[in-house]
Design a protein around this ligand. Structure first.
Ligand SMILES: [Cu+2]
Length: 331
């Protein structure tokens, strides 16, 4: 019971954190008891963010100043009234494309200039985990620089799948050292592959890294999005087997006993794993050039595991001791 109430508190604190972007709701539609309207507002923020445990800064383009953007969570059948602001302090045009929506691309996903805003409405008709991203040209650069996130559309029928004991959102993407080098993006010359915007962010043996936590026996549900912009993910739990994989996170699209599941750029899937015994279980893209360049998230199963947010350590704050730099004397 205590655990349930902690989970509820976590959920509520998550909602509070999103209060800037998701506020207010009211009954609507054919089933007024269930369907809601969500007011979702995001701001395009061109900023610098920390992307590794050493404090390396990256010139990111973001939604709401974080990379990935905030997790949006609604229920199948809910409506989303979405507004994107592109403040006049920005330099570049931006846009928003929700893969959970089924609406006109030209009208709704067009880029807006700095100082403009755009609003549209969609109904989240299909349950699942979906990508959202900026589509302003060149889209390959806007995605590579961090303008993306995840929207969870919970199934209306909660019995469509087993209840999860613990949930995480992981968004994979490629990082390019020079965010202005669009040619490198076209040539697939990425420098890192990251989960939730950080190089080895969930690797406890790497400076600044913190493992994901779970208790033995829990059903851990991972909402996984591959932002790309180009590379495929071969998502695999080392030391475990996915008990269930749901393509696009739809409970109707169920696979069982899966070792590795490919998630293409712009796609997503939901992964359930029941970790039988205490220990460490690295979640990786088994495309090893990606894993070894940053895409390892270690899930540590321990009876002492604490509740955590859906997307831990985002934005990533790294405490780095300030060391004095002594200039080398000239020869
Ligand atoms: Cu953009």
């Amino acid at each position: 019971m205590l655990f349930v109430s902690k989970r509820l508190r976590r959920w509520f604190s998550c909602v509070t954190a999103l209060s800037l972007m998701v506020y207010g709701s009211q009954a609507v539609g054919a089933d007024p008891a269930l369907a809601k309207i969500h007011e979702v507002k995001m701001t395009a923020v061109e900023t610098e963010l920390v992307v590794d445990g050493g404090g390396m800064k990256y010139k990111a383009w973001t939604f709401n100043g974080q990379f990935p953007g905030p997790v949006v969570r609604v229920m199948e059948g809910d409506s989303v009234n979405f507004t994107l602001d592109n403040p006049k302090t920005n330099v570049f045009p931006h846009a928003m494309d929700f893969h959970a929506a089924e609406i006109d691309f030209l009208k709704n996903y067009r880029a807006i200039n700095a100082g403009e805003s755009i609003s549209y409405t969609f109904v989240a008709r299909k349950p699942g985990i979906f990508f959202y991203h900026c589509g302003a040209p060149p889209m390959i650069q806007h995605v590579a620089r961090g303008m993306f996130g995840a929207i969870i559309v919970d199934p209306k029928n909660s019995k469509a799948w087993p209840k999860a004991d613990r949930e995480y959102v992981l968004v994979q993407s490629e990082l390019f050292k020079n965010p202005d080098d669009v040619q490198a993006m076209f040539d697939r010359k990425f420098d890192y592959i990251v989960f939730n915007g950080g190089i080895f962010k969930y690797h406890p043996f790497v400076t600044g890294g913190k493992a994901l936590e779970a208790k033995p026996g829990e059903r851990v549900r991972i909402y996984f999005v591959n932002a790309g912009p180009n590379e495929f993910s071969a998502f695999h739990p080392i030391g475990e087997i996915w008990d269930a994989v749901y393509e696009s996170g739809n409970p109707a699209n169920k696979h069982v006993g899966v070792q590795t599941y490919v998630v293409g750029p712009g796609s997503a899937a939901t992964f359930d794993v029941i970790v039988e015994s205490a220990g460490a279980y690295p979640l990786v893209t088994h495309s090893l050039t990606g894993a070894l360049r940053g895409a390892i998230a270690v899930l540590v199963a321990s009876p002492d595991a604490k509740p955590g947010p859906l997307m831990p350590h985002t934005p990533w704050k790294v405490d780095i001791p300030q060391t004095e730099i002594i200039p080398t004397p000239a020869p």
